[in-house]
Design a protein around this ligand. Structure first.
Ligand SMILES: NC(=O)c1ccc[n+]([C@@H]2O[C@H](COP(=O)([O-])OP(=O)(O)OC[C@H]3O[C@@H](n4cnc5c(N)ncnc54)[C@H](O)[C@@H]3O)[C@@H](O)[C@H]2O)c1
Length: 305
């Protein structure tokens, strides 16, 4: 099959593109290497991939000849209040509208990377997909807008779209702004670590390899218009995950507590009944094994200088 992966130089997109190539598919990556974090890391992620530098929010898009589009490009991060909001609008809402337009014109099935952030403080835990969305961050609002765009393009232009709501993805190459990446960097290089809030926030942490498997399964066999939670099997608090990483690394973290960040929810917990029943997917990687893989990757990079 011929696939497009948007955001292919990013954390999840680069793993996805590699897995598709290893599976014998013809894969083109699109990414404009935004400076949300060091673009050199993105170049490293995309090494070995066919990558075109395209700004999805501005450049002409022609997706003809592709069987499917994995749309993972976007502006992540829940700290999205204030002056940065236009970036979220542009890189999430506008870019996604243009991707859906091009995919519908090309008749290419599209899998869209949405987020657990659309739930906010959910009314039910674990949270099933039919829970009323109530995002608490501008980021979550833009992701929810993209989900509505998927439905509008399906209705108006026959777009064959599937929506995946990823729950806190981790593993090697995790974005440097994310919790575990900051923890492993602090453990590997010895710096202090600032935790937002008390550390009792809990998450359905999801290993990147499992996330990639769910994403490919969705492209292969999800019904048109399906929406799935993609969440790890084990819920853990931030402090529990840090304790695990301390044990894995054999080091102790110098933790400082700072104010809880606006937009951060106290809990996410994925109900994955639907994706298990319809796609036969379930997270396979225990938190400890996934954290070990991330620690080893980060420690090797720090050791290599
Ligand atoms: N990592 C998570 O835990 C998580 C959770 C929920 C949802 N998501 C979503 O999954 C997707 C991938 O997340 P990630 O953690 O790999 O993020 P990432 O920042 O590592 O990857 C996103 C990539 O998109 C690219 N990009 C942004 N705007 C673009 C544009 N206009 N044109 C072309 N490329 C553009 C960036 O350069 C980047 O390489 C994002 O859409 C994110 O919102 C991630």
């Amino acid at each position: 099959m011929r696939y497009l992966v948007t955001g292919a130089a990013g954390f999840i997109g680069s793993h996805l593109a590699e897995t598709l190539v290893a599976g014998g598919h013809d894969v083109a990556g699109l990414d404009c290497l935004t400076d949300y974090y060091d673009p050199a890391l993105k170049e490293e992620n995309a090494r070995g991939l066919v990558l075109e530098r395209v700004d999805l929010a501005a450049d002409p898009l022609d997706f003809s000849g592709f069987d499917g589009v994995f749309h993972l490009a976007g502006q992540p991060g829940v700290r999205s209040f204030g002056d940065v909001f236009p970036l979220y609008l542009r890189r999430n809402v506008l870019a996604t509208q243009r991707v859906f337009e091009a995919a519908a014109a090309a008749g290419a099935r599209t899998v869209f990377a949405s987020s657990s952030s659309i739930y906010g403080e959910a009314e039910r835990y674990p949270t099933p997909e039919d829970t009323v969305p109530a995002p608490l961050s501008p980021y979550g609002v833009t992701k929810l807008a993209c989900e509505h765009l998927a439905r509008a393009y399906a209705k108006g232009f026959g777009l064959d779209a599937v929506v995946l709501r990823y729950f806190t993805v981790y593993g090697p190459r995790q974005r440097p702004d994310m919790l575990f990446a900051r923890v492993v960097n602090a453990l590997a290089s010895g710096g202090a670590f600032e935790i937002y809030g008390g550390g009792d926030q809990s998450r359905s942490f999801t290993y990147v390899g499992d996330t990639v498997d769910a994403t490919i399964a969705a492209m292969d066999s999800a019904p048109t218009g399906a929406v799935y939670n993609v969440g790890g099997g084990e819920e853990a608090t931030v402090l529990e995950a840090i304790a695990l990483l301390e044990r894995i690394s054999g080091r102790t973290l110098d933790v400082r507590h700072t104010e809880a960040a606006a937009g951060d929810v106290s809990r996410t917990a994925a109900d994955v009944t639907r994706i298990a029943a319809e796609l036969g997917w379930a997270a396979r990687t225990p938190l400890e094994a996934g954290l070990k893989a991330q620690w080893e990757w980060a420690a090797a990079r720090v050791a290599a200088g």
